[in-house]
Design a protein around this ligand. Structure first.
Ligand code: GDP
Length: 194
C-alpha cells in the first residue's frame, strides 16, 4: 500500500475567487452518491475528512484541501445528482462550477468519478462531453469495484470504457471499501500535482 495523500481542509466556498492560491490543483467531480467522499477519505487515509454524504446533492460548495507542503491543492466539487440538473447541465450547468473548471489557472486535472457497478449515467456522459468540448484535462475513475464480481470485472471494464468513449486502460478502477486501486490513483495525483 502506498503512502496516503496528505490532505488538510483549508477552505469551503461557493465563490471561485475566494479559493486560496494554488500552484497546482486537481478537482474531484461526480454525481451524488458515486463514492467521492469515501474515495477522498481513502486516498488520505482519514475517515472523517470529506463527509460521506447522507443526503445526496446537498453540498453545493467547493471544498478545498491543501495537498502536501508545496502549495498544491485538491478540490472536492459539488455532486451533480438531481434530474433537474440535467437540463441545466446542457444549458450551462451551475455557473459557479463552470467558472471554476474553465477559469481556475492552477487546475491540472479533473478526476471524473463514475460508478463502476452501474456505469456512466446520462449525467456523467453529459459531463464528459462538456469536459471534452471545453478541452479540460480529465481522467475517469470507476468507483466501487468491489461491487462487481471478480469474474465480471474484465467485461465490465470494457463496457464502462466503451460507454464513456475512452480506452479501457485509461480508466482507473478503485474501491474505497477494499482500498483497491489507491496506489495507482495516488501516483497519478502526485504526478498531476508535480
Ligand atoms: P458521494 O456522495 O459521492 O460523496 O458518495 P459517498 O462517499 O458518500 O458514498 C455513497 C455511498 O456509497 C455510501 O453509502 C458509501 O458507503 C458507498 N460507497 C462509497 N465507496 C464505496 C466502495 O468503494 N464500495 C462500496 N461497496 N460502497 C461504497
Amino acid at each position: 500500500m502506498s503512502r496516503a495523500l496528505s490532505l488538510q481542509h483549508v477552505a469551503t466556498t461557493v465563490l471561485v475567487q475566494d479559493l486560496p492560491q494554488s500552484r497546482a490543483e486537481i478537482a474531484f467531480l461526480g454525481r451524488s452518491n458515486v463514492g467521492k467522499s469515501s474515495l477522498i477519505n481513502a486516498l488520505a487515509d482519514q475517515k472523517g475528512l470529506a463527509k460521506v454524504s447522507k443526503e445526496p446533492g446537498r453540498t453545493k460548495a467547493l471544498f478545498c484541501y491543501a495537498a502536501g507542503e508545496r502549495g498544491a491543492t485538491v478540490v472536492d466539487c459539488p455532486g451533480y445528482g438531481f434530474a433537474k440538473v440535467a437540463k441545466k447541465l446542457r444549458a450551462g450547468w451551475l455557473p459557479m462550477l463552470e467558472d471554476y473548471l474553465l477559469q481556475r489557472q492552477a487546475l491540472r486535472q479533473v478526476v471524473l468519478l463514475v460508478d463502476g457497478e452501474i456505469g456512466p449515467t446520462d449525467l456523467d456522459l453529459a459531463m464528459l462531453d462538456w469536459l471534452r468540448e471545453h478541452e479540460v484535462p480529465h481522467t475517469v475513475v470507476a468507483t466501487k469495484q468491489d461491487k462487481v464480481k471478480p469474474s465480471h470485472r474484465e467485461r465490465r471494464r470494457r463496457e464502462l470504457a466503451a460507454a464513456s468513449g475512452i480506452e479501457a486502460h485509461a480508466v482507473v478502477w478503485v474501491s474505497a471499501r477494499d482500498n483497491e486501486g489507491l496506489t495507482r490513483l495516488r501516483e497519478l495525483v502526485r504526478e498531476w500535482l508535480g
